[in-house]
Design a protein around this ligand. Structure first.
Ligand code: C2E
Ligand code: MG
Ligand code: MG
Ligand code: MG
Length: 289
């Protein structure tokens, strides 16, 4: 039975009734059909420039509308798709879809279109030797300017193998930007910031959560600003839920932030409404209500 696991996440797994192997097998069989049946779709969450309130970019986040079980969170099916290899095909669909969408927005809205769209890419995709060539082919077929595209990777994915690191370098050579996602929660290695061509560092929500109190997390949030500035990396605070957090992050020197305080992930039709409003305004202040 479907149950709400909180935070808007829906899941129907019953850990007592189902072993993970059963669930994986059932869900994997369904996922195999999901692309053909048009059940996957993307939401886009605004990334906001703190000093101005400007819409700086959007992060594409996948969803699966399962015919029987309703909306399935990527936290439930992406890890499965990584285990069984389906992430290659699913990831290919996500990237193509996001790149076509951002190209269409640029065509339609010109300067009012979001500067950048971020797409999450998993370790398994990065380790496919053909991945950078696929991205290059999509850039060519969509006509998208490479610096409009940000590929989000986790520290763990990049540290995993030499192949992943090589992919990241080839993506950088294509002219797109690399973001290190969930920074601080993986196998953090500061040498990664030196050895890889990282343009964006996304400071994980678990640090942002503690930013308004006297906490070790707040010390880390503050410290990372000095590091990113010195290395000419842009820091983005993830998971900002309150005005108080936003103000504190701004004061700490964060230029970019993302979180429910500003906007939830939204369908492309809502992004279009937002861009309609922004294109009729001089400033690009984000006003979501
Ligand atoms: P992520 O890349 O770190 O994405 C941010 C997640 O935080 C999203 O969850 C977003 O909805 C959520 N979020 C944003 N602001 C807030 C906030 O203020 N409060 C709270 N509580 N949550 C916030 P979502 O969409 O459920 O995605 C979860 C994870 O699944 C993503 O984390 C990413 O690792 C993975 N994922 C999502 N879409 C894709 C995709 O297209 N490809 C791949 N490979 N992974 C994806
Ligand atoms: Mg991400
Ligand atoms: Mg993240
Ligand atoms: Mg995160």
């Amino acid at each position: 039975a479907a149950k709400n696991a909180g935070g808007g996440r829906w899941t129907w797994f019953d850990p007592i009734m189902d072993s993970r192997a059963d669930t994986d097998a059932r869900l994997g069989a369904d996922l195999r059909q999901a692309i053909a049946r048009d059940e996957l779709f993307l939401l886009y969450q605004p990334i906001v420039e703190l000093p101005t309130g400007r819409l700086a970019g959007l992060e594409a986040l996948v969803r699966w509308r399962h015919p029987e079980h309703g909306l399935v969170s990527p936290a439930d099916f992406i890890p499965l798709a990584e285990r069984n290899g389906q992430i290659i095909e699913v990831g290919r669909w996500i990237l193509a879809q996001a790149m076509r969408q951002i190209a269409a927005w640029h065509h339609e809205y010109g300067p009012a279109a979001p500067e950048k769209v971020s797409v999450n890419v998993s370790a398994r995709q990065l380790n496919e030797p053909g991945f950078p060539d696929e991205v290059a082919a999509l850039l060519a077929s969509t006509g998208l300017d490479p610096d409009r595209l940000v590929i989000e990777v986790t520290e763990t994915a990049v540290l995993g193998t030499g192949a992943a690191l090589e992919s990241v370098r080839r993506l950088d050579a294509l002219g797109l930007k690399i973001a290190l996602d969930d920074f601080g929660t993986g196998q953090s290695s500061l040498s990664l910031l030196v050895d890889t061509p990282v343009s964006w560092l996304k400071v994980d929500k678990s640090f942002v959560d503690g930013v308004t109190v006297d906490s070790p997390e707040a010390v880390i949030v503050d410290g990372l600003i000095g590091i990113t500035r010195g290395l000419r990396i842009q820091a983005i605070a993830e998971g900002v839920e309150t005005a108080e957090q936003a103000a504190r992050l701004h004061q700490a020197g964060y230029r970019f932030a993302q979180g429910f305080h500003f906007a939830r992930p939204m369908p492309d039709s809502d992004v279009a409404l937002l861009l309609d409003r922004l294109s009729h305004r001089e400033s690009r202040q984000i006003q979501l209500i």
